[in-house]
Design a protein around this ligand. Structure first.
Ligand code: C2E
Ligand code: CA
Ligand code: CA
Length: 690
């Protein structure tokens, strides 16, 4: 099959010339007919054509409405032919199978354009019967005509030798060259290069079609032109635009955070790679800023997830506003964001000033039902290329720096340095050891007594965790409690201390020493729904009277607590266990809330007590408030006789501090307690009794 491009020969059916020609045409063995594409009717046919069409007469053939059972594909193709006749006088030779009265009749037909009287473009058809052809040849030729697959044959220089109807319909009929199809010339060049060394090459490329820019999947095979025998390429393509679009959408969805609309963690590698490329080109630096919101959990817990989501969206918006053209803002997940910023040579210091601006812009109050919460960020920065060239590593280092910013009191930024890595390594090591120590029972409580001046005796002891490390010696809780809290080990640790303290109290009681024990409880423990049942199990196990156990919780905890925390506190309190507010006076005090919470005891923080006599007035005020709430008042950190006297005179019912005793191991505590219980009129220390 081939197509040639001779100009159309206008035929005017009514002219005298035509009448003569008609006689001649009727003598031909070739079937000739003129087809009105628009009307779908045969205008004229010679005798051979009437045979082919199995028509009784010309009038009968003319009366047939060929449009009525024409498939849409054939109809589209005919319109395409019509356009090709008009635009460049094309002619085609194709294998067609006609179905006059339903009987298939394979024909080799040459089509060309012919104008009708009224000027419309019709189609002149010259058909030769191909009855001698093998059925498979006929079928394959027919399939090629009807397939939706676009098939075309090209010379090695891209020149088009043949296009099947689908290819002709898709590509501009003027398009005489394969290269003209491609939106990106590089795709064509690659294809032609690869086909030199391979038999078949496939690719998905953007192409220009009659219906605009589309995605096609092309398969190119090297072959020979069956007419000339010259090497050529056979191209088959299918439209995969919809697939491609679905894929692009899925990609966008997978790489974006639905809440904030920002790119997510998955998008990070590609974004980073493109920023690195630009930075290298410009000789610029990049700042990877790891941003974590302080106390976001408190917002989620107290104000609910809806408010939490609102805060995240607002944070995302504000970060996005600070973005310059070459920056990227990513939501890593939860309350973690990443800001990758370009610092070009002509703006040194941009990264640091951006970090300041982030702190400024992100500090905003969130209004809840009961109170205002402050959202502040902690920011850690790692720089490309100084701190690494790889996105993962830079993120890790920025994370480390962020973590230091948090440890330094939050709402600030830190630039990564090597020592941070060492500190983190040490911490990881310590954490592993802590886990091991817990397993081996190497974390034990020491006890610090609480002295009641009016009764002149030690009425209670506070259990304070101690880690007796085989190599490092005694490790202070200030060094391992925060680590335990962060790693989640605090639940296990807290339970262990509670259990040991309750057991100790019961042992002492059996030996005639009746003392209350007070145990520190952290927020994470109270967030565990199993906390209250666990406490109850321990009390029952040792037969401990609930009123002799006190749990110390911090004030901030009560204010920012979630429903689980409240339920736990209610449950333990309903068991008869006392609740003490620890470190009172260090945070924001919300008296209304404290009153509502119904606590039994308030421990005034040692920083306030040790500020005496400077703090005299404040302390009096604090004590007055505590009295108003009708709670037991404990002064912590009493180190001198003078302070002890002041505290007693001013209404603190119990005093705790080094003046009475440091926290002691159980045996020493027992010696002290026994001595005090016997000689309750004297002030005793361990040194004086030992
Ligand atoms: P805290 O609950 O405020 O405990 C009182 C701390 O003050 C203890 O420090 C104690 O040794 C110290 N202290 C007592 N009297 C004086 C004094 O007169 N002067 C001075 N300068 N300090 C005094 P320690 O034992 O190092 O504990 C530190 C913190 O670790 C505790 O503060 C508490 O918050 C936490 N902690 C200790 N054990 C536990 C525990 O089992 N669970 C939990 N969640 N936290 C614990
Ligand atoms: Ca305490
Ligand atoms: Ca305290």
């Amino acid at each position: 099959m081939s197509s040639s491009h001779a100009g159309p020969e206008p035929i005017a059916p009514a002219s005298p010339q035509w009448r003569k020609d008609r006689w001649t045409l009727n003598q031909l063995s070739t079937a000739v007919w003129l087809f009105d594409i628009d009307q779908g009717r045969v205008v004229w046919a010679n005798a051979a054509a009437l045979d082919v069409w199995n028509a009784a007469s010309l009038e009968e053939l003319q009366s047939r409405d060929l449009k009525s059972d024409m498939s849409p594909a054939v109809s589209r193709r005919l319109q395409q032919y019509q356009a090709d006749f008009i635009s460049h006088g094309a002619s085609f030779t194709e294998m067609w199978t006609l179905y006059p009265r339903g009987v298939p009749s394979p024909l080799n037909v040459r089509f060309s354009g012919a104008h009708l009287d009224d000027g419309r473009m019709a189609m002149l058809c010259e058909g030769r019967s191909e009855a001698s052809l093998q059925p498979d040849t006929i079928r394959s030729a027919d399939a090629l005509l009807h397939t939706q697959m676009m098939i075309s044959l090209h010379e090695l220089d891209g020149r088009t030798l043949y296009s099947n109807p689908a290819a002709r319909a898709s590509f501009d009929s003027q398009q005489q060259d394969l290269s003209a199809r491609f939106v990106h010339p590089a795709d064509y060049e690659r294809l032609m290069l690869e086909i030199r060394s391979q038999l078949e090459v496939s690719l998905i490329a953007e192409v220009l079609t009659a219906s605009g820019q589309r995605w096609h999947e092309l398969t190119v095979r090297s072959c020979h032109d069956p007419v000339s025998g010259r090497p050529s390429v056979l191209v088959s393509s299918t439209d995969v635009t919809e697939l491609k679009e679905a894929e692009a959408l899925a990609h966008t969805r997978a790489h974006h955070d639905p809440l904030t609309g920002l790119p997510n963690r998955l998008a990070m590698p590609a974004l980073f790679a493109s920023l690195v490329k630009q930075a290298d080109l410009k000789g610029a630096h990049l700042g990877v800023l790891f941003i974590d919101l302080d106390q976001f959990k408190a917002i989620n817990d107290t104000l609910g997830h809806l408010q939490g989501d609102g805060v995240l969206m607002e944070v995302a918006r504000r970060l996005f506003e600070l973005r310059m053209q070459d920056d990227a803002v990513i939501r890593l997940g939860g309350d973690e964001f990443l800001f990758v910023a370009m610092e070009s040579r002509d703006e040194p210091g941009r990264i640091a000033s951006l970090a300041s601006r982030i702190l400024e812009r992100l500090a905003f109050p969130v209004h809840g039902e009961r109170r205002k919460l402050m959202v502040t960020p902690s920011v850690g920065i790692a720089r490309y290329p100084e701190h690494g060239r790889d996105a993962e590593l830079l993120m890790q280092r920025a994370d480390l720096a962020m973590y230091e910013a948090k440890a330094a009191g939050r709402n600030q930024y830190r630039l990564y340095d090597e020592t941070m890595r060492n500190r983190r390594d040490e911490e990881m090591e310590l954490l592993a050891e802590l886990r091991e120590a817990l397993r081996r029972g190497q974390i034990e409580p020491y006890y610090q007594p609480r002295y009641a001046p009016h009764a002149r005796r030690m009425v209670a002891v506070e259990a304070l965790a101690r880690w007796n490390h085989p190599e490092r010696g005694m490790i202070s809780p200030a060094d391992f409690i925060p680590l335990a809290e962060k790693s989640g080990l605090i639940n296990q640790l807290g339970t262990s201390i509670l259990e040991q303290a309750v057991r100790q109290r019961c042992e002492w009681q059996r030996r005639g020493i009746d003392v209350a024990v007070s145990v520190n409880v952290s927020l994470r423990q109270l967030c565990d729904a199993d906390f209250a049942p666990m406490v109850e199990r321990i009390l029952t196990c040792y037969g401990c009277e609930p009123g002799r156990l006190e749990l110390e919780v911090t004030e901030t905890l009560l204010i920012e607590s979630n429903p689980v925390v409240h339920a736990n506190l209610q449950s333990v309190r309903s068991l008869g266990i006392r609740i003490a507010i620890d470190d009172f006076g260090t945070g924001y005090s919300n008296l209304a809330r404290l009153n509502e919470m119904a606590v039994d005891c308030i421990k005034i923080d040692r920083s306030l007590i040790q500020g005496l006599p400077r703090n005299d007035e404040i302390l009096r005020l604090v004590i007055a408030m505590c009295k108003f709430m009708q709670v037991t008042i404990v002064a912590e950190g009493v180190e001198t006789q003078a302070i002890a006297d002041w505290a007693f005179r001013n209404g603190c019912q119990e005093l705790q501090g080094f003046y009475y005793s440091r926290p002691l191991p159980p045996a020493d505590t027992e010696i002290l307690l026994t001595a005090c219980n016997v000689a309750s009129d004297r002030m005793l220390t361990l040194e004086s009794v030992a």
